[in-house]
Design a protein. Structure first.
Length: 266
């Protein structure tokens, strides 16, 4: 079992649980007659997250149960999350799997992703690589960045599908473009090991460096190892390439503000 800070719990529930896709309509536009000043009600995920953030896990769990009973897939996801992590409740992978499967069937991409990961790793269920590939593919097709990175792993390792390094690299890069830090790490591994591309330690170091810059700890560890004791010209080339990657995938690189001027003598 792993633990997350309360802040990360809030992000996990709020950012993931609100992504329900309804087959009948994908439009989010307000009706023409709606008052301009009216604010949209909080999503189930936001409500659960707010209660967790306020230190009210019992109320958060009760709300998830209520919403699940009302047929809200986001409530199913929240319950799956509680049972999966064992936060504020005894972990129960079988229950988590059941809730994830229910909201995965309803089209919720985080549920499809997590269900696929559990089937891939055999976490609380018999491993089923083919089924894992199917569910993770569904989530990735909905532009779920985490699922795109996971699908890249499956293509790179041949789990549940044939090895396809070109698809793996494309998915890692797509995930990185969509804000998934681990996408940079995955691309770095492919360049480091020469998986479908020419081996290139400097290119790998650049991808790892960007991954480190956006918070991936595995990328940071490898970047530190690769760049330790390197010559200045190598570091300069890697830095230039990392800057280009960052600009393409994350955003403009801004220079740090100048240091404050020293006070002048009276």
């Amino acid at each position: 079992m792993f633990r997350k800070s309360l802040h990360l719990k809030r992000i996990a529930i709020a950012a993931l649980a609100c992504a329900v896709l309804t087959p009948a309509s994908t439009s989010l536009a307000a009706p023409a007659a709606a008052p301009a000043a009216a604010s949209a009600p909080l999503s189930t995920g936001d409500q659960v997250a707010a209660l967790l953030d306020a230190g009210k896990p019992i109320e958060a769990f009760a709300l998830a149960q209520q919403k699940s009973g009302e047929g809200d897939p986001a409530g199913d996801f929240a319950l799956g999350w509680f049972y999966d992590l064992g936060e504020h409740i005894t972990a129960d992978k079988a229950k988590a799997l059941g809730y994830y499967r229910k909201c995965a069937d309803a089209g919720l991409s985080p549920c499809q992703w997590r269900l696929g990961v559990m089937l891939d790793t055999g976490d609380g269920v018999a491993a089923d690589p083919a089924a894992a590939f199917g569910w993770i593919s569904k989530a990735a097709a909905q532009n779920n960045a985490g699922a795109q990175a996971s699908l890249a792993v499956l293509y790179a390792t041949g789990r549940g599908t044939a090895i396809d390094y070109a698809k793996a690299l494309d998915l890692y890069q797509t995930a990185a473009k969509n804000g998934q830090a681990h996408g940079f790490y995955g691309a770095g591994v492919m360049y480091l090991d020469g998986q479908g591309v020419a081996k290139d330690g400097e290119e790998a170091a650049a991808w790892f460096s960007v991954g480190a810059a956006v918070g991936d700890q595995q990328a940071k560890a490898v970047a530190d190892m690769l760049l330790k004791d390197q010559k200045t010209e190598v570091l300069d080339r890697v830095a230039a390439r990392a800057t280009a990657i960052y600009s393409d995938y994350v955003g403009p690189v801004t220079a740090p503000p100048p240091p404050p001027e020293a006070p002048k003598a009276p």
